[in-house]
Design a protein around this ligand. Sequence first.
Ligand SMILES: NC(=O)c1ccc[n+]([C@@H]2O[C@H](COP(=O)([O-])OP(=O)(O)OC[C@H]3O[C@@H](n4cnc5c(N)ncnc54)[C@H](OP(=O)(O)O)[C@@H]3O)[C@@H](O)[C@H]2O)c1
Length: 336
Amino acid sequence: MKAWVLQNFGLDNLKMVDVPVPEPGDNEVLIRVSAVSLNYRDKLIVEGLYNPELQFPMTQVADTAGVVVQTGKNVSRFQTGDRVITHYATRWVDGPPTVDEVVHTLGNTIPGGLAEYLGMDENAVVHAPDYLTDDEAATLPVAALTAWHALKEKGRLVSGQTVLIQGTGGVSIFALQMAMAFGAKVIVTSSNDEKLERARNLGANKTINYVRVPDWHTEVLKMTEQQGVDHILEVAAGKSLRQSIEAIKPTGQISVIGILDGVLSEIPIFRLLQKQASIVGLVTGSRKMFENMNAELSKIKLHPILDSVYSFEDARKAYDRLYKGAFGKIVIRVAD
Ligand SMILES: NC(=O)c1ccc[n+]([C@@H]2O[C@H](COP(=O)([O-])OP(=O)(O)OC[C@H]3O[C@@H](n4cnc5c(N)ncnc54)[C@H](OP(=O)(O)O)[C@@H]3O)[C@@H](O)[C@H]2O)c1
């Protein structure tokens, strides 16, 4: 079968090669891959920043949707013909995770889905929601689940609250869609006015260009009559976290998800105490959270926003798009 494997760090070392079709073990399903979606994390993997100890060659990409074509003899959760999606933190099923449960991921410690077939432990797979296409279903495992974990599982977001969403990438646009569906008011920041207009067209109440307005926290305070927001989706960290502490409402939650502005932050502890705010670190979610989210998405019929869809042969172009910064999700269709 064909697979895109990383042979060394650097995008020029991502190559389409022939590899054997995986033989499913007793507890595994063999998936014929339909589509995958890219995350910022796939860029970090290519650059050697996610896992400097990565073993080469490694088939790339975590988020995968497809159809079960073969089952191992102990498999009980799936049958041949089931439409499925992979779960990111492959060993985290439910409850609080151990460190090991959140680091064992596709395209990293086990082969990813950018290939014609993928073998997966049945515990690391969920049913795809019926109302979604395979392209749409492939976008859920990392970006949607992270937004859901932050806003709903940890954040307990309720109607009438205000959410600040940073940027317009995969996690952020899912967070915008979910926050609106839960009846929250949403402020979106972006470096790009066109993307801000698209965010407003999706329903964002207010927007701020964080390049033109580097002190965006003062703008957030103005927009909320100096009250601040109930929830912040912190995808930037670095210097941004200090601004988020200024922009959060007393007892609000800052969900620290990403590192787009840096991996180290200086925190004004006195302000944090005054605000009595929570700063919560998050890694995607458990399989149970994934199933909770899919049930809710199926009720509200939320359709992911696809920035672009590339063919399997054009996977390199999809990565180029990732490097530029997409609005929503980038999909690679592996098979129709
Ligand atoms: N903890 C987890 O489990 C988890 C899960 C998913 C993602 N992440 C992390 O979350 C971050 C976003 O991931 P993603 O996959 O959604 O990325 P993505 O789709 O590639 O989106 C990146 C977007 O972030 C925005 N951005 C960049 N620098 C920013 C800054 N300083 N302030 C505000 N926004 C900024 C830009 O939006 P504009 O073009 O609109 O400016 C950019 O297009 C990454 O750091 C990723 O590693 C973590």
